[in-house]
Design a protein around this ligand. Structure first.
Ligand SMILES: NC(=O)c1ccc[n+]([C@@H]2O[C@H](COP(=O)([O-])OP(=O)(O)OC[C@H]3O[C@@H](n4cnc5c(N)ncnc54)[C@H](OP(=O)(O)O)[C@@H]3O)[C@@H](O)[C@H]2O)c1
Length: 266
């Protein structure tokens, strides 16, 4: 059997699940990961039957520091050659920054940041050896926006991840490896419920919300064609264009009108 695999983090729901299905429909074997083992098992069975590819899974919590090396060991022991790495897992923190513990913030940084760096680091050498590899980092439109008064670290980490993705491109494009930062806007997934902000999401007008399937489709196409940044949909492309040309002072005023500071209301 072909031992080339796409590894997808956060594939138990939302954008990660749709990316898994999209890649399987294109013939990729998959290793999927998230914390909810039963879901991963069910999804693996469903995808492998529907698309006739091999799908394996490993349940890990990416807030644990040894999770990336456990994933790597799992793939190595099974002789899975990871040619596509999708760093997608993520969530938001509803609790105001001054009320969270440092441990909450460190776990958050690990899931959205450190684990992305660790997985990329750990799988790069085999990609370099093969002279090919595709990496995707699921970032966000928030990476271009003024800091949100609601989530102190979410936007900054996504900006950091965009820059990290740029660094991978600068350093490894000549080795046949590309990295794509996928920057979706509001997407209908379990994210907002999991992050305790479903009420806020319900108030977002429907023209600003897109399906996870659409985001995955645009993201996978961009990744396979080696694009560095993908902002899915015309709506968010326009928004990001405006975010890039408007001065920060105007954006901050606009931002506080659209997403008024939760802390100020307490
Ligand atoms: N939805 C949006 O509006 C939106 C917009 C822009 C960017 N994004 C980004 O898109 C990515 C995917 O989010 P989504 O919208 O698809 O949300 P989702 O449906 O909640 O999916 C999040 C995935 O991450 C996994 N995950 C969460 N915490 C984890 C942990 N500690 N360890 C391992 N896996 C973990 C979840 O699985 P388990 O719970 O089973 O662990 C799940 O599979 C995130 O990086 C998010 O920041 C989302």
């Amino acid at each position: 059997m072909n031992n080339s695999y796409a590894l997808i983090t956060g594939a138990s729901s939302g954008i990660g699940l749709e990316i898994a299905k999209n890649l399987a429909s294109k013939g990729f074997n998959l290793v999927i990961t998230a914390r909810r083992e039963e879901r991963l098992k069910k999804i693996s069975n469903e995808i492998s039957h529907e698309f006739n590819v091999h799908v394996d899974f490993i349940a890990v919590d990416l807030s644990h520091i040894d999770a990336p090396s456990n994933i790597f060991t799992f793939c190595s022991e099974k002789n899975y050659k990871v040619e596509v790495l999708i760093n997608n897992a993520g969530y938001g923190i509803k609790t105001p920054f001054h009320e969270t513990s440092m441990e909450d913030e460190e776990n958050f940084i690990r899931v959205l940041g450190t684990s992305v760096i660790a997985l990329t680091k750990i799988f790069l050498p085999s990609m370099i050896k093969e002279n090919k590899g595709k990496i995707m980092i699921v970032s966000s439109v928030a990476s271009f926006s003024p800091p949100s008064s609601i989530q102190a670290l979410y936007g900054p980490i996504k900006t950091f991840m965009n820059r990290f993705s740029d660094s991978i491109n600068i350093n490894y494009n000549h080795k046949g490896i590309t990295s794509t930062a996928l920057c979706p806007g509001f997407t209908v997934t379990e994210f907002h419920t999991a992050s305790g902000v479903q009420d806020e999401m319900d108030r977002v007008p429907s023209f600003l919300k897109f399906s996870a399937k659409r985001i995955a489709q645009e993201g996978v196409d961009a990744m396979l064609s080696g694009k560095q940044i993908c902002v899915p949909t015309k709506t968010y492309k326009t928004l990001v264009f405006l975010l890039k040309i408007l001065p920060m002072s105007a954006l901050s005023k606009l931002g506080s009108k659209i997403a008024p500071g939760r802390y100020d209301q307490n």
